[in-house]
Design a protein around this ligand. Structure first.
Ligand code: ZN
Length: 223
């Protein structure tokens, strides 16, 4: 059976990606990161989703990005904005996807996996540079130059099935595939129980997606 490493943040997008990898016949190995983000609820969600969606193995990698800071998610002195910002918002975490995908790449090589699945999206998103198709294409090229499997003729694909989908389309696709969105946590500053703030960018995109899909939003909000 073909194998894939799936980056799983515990949010709506990556949960949908995991379901898509399964539907495409991959044996999934999920990877999540305890990187000093504002809450651990998304890590709990990742474990539940891995189980519910039949991942073979789930790994949590510890890598403390608060040592670098530079983001509202990794420096508690920077507030998470509650309204839309011009340009790339302060919730951007410097080089995060490159760090995460590099570790996923190492694991993929060990597993002899054919693909890494990542839930980046360049439609209903915050303009993060490491979510764009040109970034993904460059990373894939680098991955096949950087690894033994790449140079020995076993190229790795970076699969981004959500890249050009709206949040509405993502939710509809996941719903067809049986994703339980009540397990997912999208909010940047969810509480210990995974309840969302309802005001950050991530909450706004999610809320809008469910409204446009005409579906009941299972998100639990903080009182
Ligand atoms: Zn929020």
């Amino acid at each position: 059976m073909k194998r894939a490493v799936v980056l799983l943040s515990g949010g709506l997008d990556s949960a949908t990606v995991l379901a898509i990898a399964k539907a495409q016949g991959y044996e999934s190995y999920t990877i999540s990161f305890d990187y000093g983000q504002r809450h651990r609820a998304e890590l709990h969600a990742s474990a539940l989703l891995s189980e519910q969606l039949g991942a073979v193995s789930h790994k949590v990698i510890n890598i403390d990005l608060t040592a670098i800071g530079g983001s509202a998610l990794t420096d508690t002195n920077i507030d998470v904005p509650h309204e839309e910002q011009a340009g790339i918002p302060v919730t951007y975490v410097p080089a995060r996807n490159t760090v995460f995908m590099s570790i996923a790449l190492g694991w993929a090589e060990v597993l002899e996996a054919e693909a890494i699945f990542v839930g980046v999206n360049a439609v209903d998103y915050s303009g993060y540079p490491d979510c764009r198709p040109e970034y993904i294409a460059a990373f894939e090229k680098m991955a096949n130059l950087a690894t033994r499997s790449g140079v020995e003729g076993h190229p790795l694909k970076i699969e981004t099935p959500l890249i050009d989908l709206s949040k509405q389309a993502i939710i509809e696709r996941g719903n067809e595939l049986g994703v339980d969105y009540s397990l997912t946590v999208s909010c940047y500053e969810a509480d210990d129980q995974g309840r969302a703030c309802g005001q950050c960018d991530s909450c706004r995109f999610r809320k809008q997606g469910f409204a446009q899909a005409g579906m009941t939003d299972p998100t639990r909000y903080q009182p």
